[in-house]
Design a protein. Sequence first.
Length: 112
Amino acid sequence: MFQVMERSITVSGTAETKKGAFQNALSQMKKDIAKNNPDILLQIEPQDVEVLTAKVSTYREKFLGFLFPRTRTRYEITIRVDVKIRAVSLAEVQFEEHAESLPPLQRVLRMR
């Protein structure tokens, strides 16, 4: 019922700061694991982090084409994270079935 798995996941994140890009990638990791795993996740523990690509894009933008010029920076990072996942397998949990038959009036009253 309790499972421990190890998996390697590649995720990427973008933001206007280095810290924001890294945090965006790590939050994407949790979403990716939850989407691809049907079990109930108890803990996701990173074992190793490897930066695959890290890019900085700098561009200049102006309001109405010529007013108020400013320089914008955008950080993009792609990382590979080796994680240890602890989960409870729902396929192994046995639920007992209990069917309740109520008259229609009591069913309506119980719904409130």
